[in-house]
Design a protein around this ligand. Structure first.
Ligand code: ADP
Ligand code: MG
Length: 259
């Protein structure tokens, strides 16, 4: 089962007056992967937190299948992996995943947990505690944990920031297959245009703060997408459109645009 997400006039001004998100209207189709890109500090995480029900909107609403996020949370249908992975330090990688499954009241199937740990390239580190892992490895553990409960809605907030290039390419290759097989609705915040084009069906480009939608770009590339696809003209064309929208969103023109 997968879910759709709707943002209607969704806006956030933090106490103290920081306007993080201008009213935005967006719907995310069930089973699709959408990348959210925009300059640092523009309000991307705030949007994601409001969709997750972790932050109250100042105006408007974010709903999951027309219901408040709390309902999806209640049935453990929602997983989040943040840039700063919140793993429990006294639990190993495997135990962190097991806890997520316990909290979500999902069965702990050893072979499935093992498969996920392998998938994110942490084979051999199942019994290791977070303190003994690198930043990138902790992020990968958090991704495995987010996937373990087989969420209907997966929210990823710059989850690959500290992950090395090679592992990142491997994840970019493997993850969409999992999302598709499970029909997961995925929202991915990233500042990498290449990652956005490689992973998503659609890219939303936000302006500088407060976040407004500058562009809504369809990524009509066949799947699976091998890393070489980044050199294809169709890929480059989409990436150029994203860059152009990003520049427009911060009120600049590209140094060598329109050639
Ligand atoms: P992004 O994820 O795009 O980098 P954020 O959504 O984290 O941006 O932040 C958007 C703006 O809101 C920033 O100016 C940030 O400083 C501010 N902000 C974020 N969280 C809070 C908070 N809890 N209280 C006050 N201001 C915040
Ligand atoms: Mg952020």
């Amino acid at each position: 089962m997968s879910v759709s997400v709707a943002c209607k006039g969704l806006a956030k001004t933090y106490p103290g007056g920081v306007e993080a998100v201008a009213p935005i209207d967006l719907t995310f189709q069930a089973g699709k992967t959408t990348a959210l890109v925009g300059p640092s500090g523009c309000g991307k995480s705030t949007v994601l937190r409001m969709i997750a029900g972790l932050e109250a909107p100042s105006r408007g609403s974010a709903t999951i299948d027309d219901a408040p996020p709390a309902e999806t949370l209640r049935r453990a249908g929602l997983s989040i992996a943040f840039q700063d992975p919140s793993l429990l330090p006294w639990r190993s990688v495997q135990q962190n995943i097991e806890l997520a499954l316990d909290l979500a009241r999902r069965p702990k199937v050893a072979s499935e947990i093992d498969q996920l740990i392998q998938l994110v390239g942490l084979g051999g580190f199942a019994d290791t505690r977070p303190a003994a892992l690198s930043g990138g490895m902790r992020q990968r553990a958090a991704i495995a944990r987010a996937l373990s409960t087989q969420p209907e809605l997966l929210l990823l907030d710059e989850p690959f920031g500290a992950v090395d290039e090679l592992t990142r390419a491997q994840l970019a290759h493997d993850l969409p297959g999992i999302w598709e097989a499970r029909d997961t609705t995925t929202l991915l915040v990233t500042h990498s245009v290449t990652e956005a084009v490689t992973l998503s069906d659609r890219i939303i480009v936000f302006s500088a703060r407060p976040a407004r939608v500058v562009a809504d770009i369809e990524v009509d590339l066949p799947r699976p997408r091998p890393s070489q696809i980044a050199r294809a003209p169709e890929f480059t064309e989409i990436a150029d459109n994203v860059f152009e929208a990003l520049s427009r969103g911060v009120g600049q023109t590209l140094p060598n645009a329109a050639q």
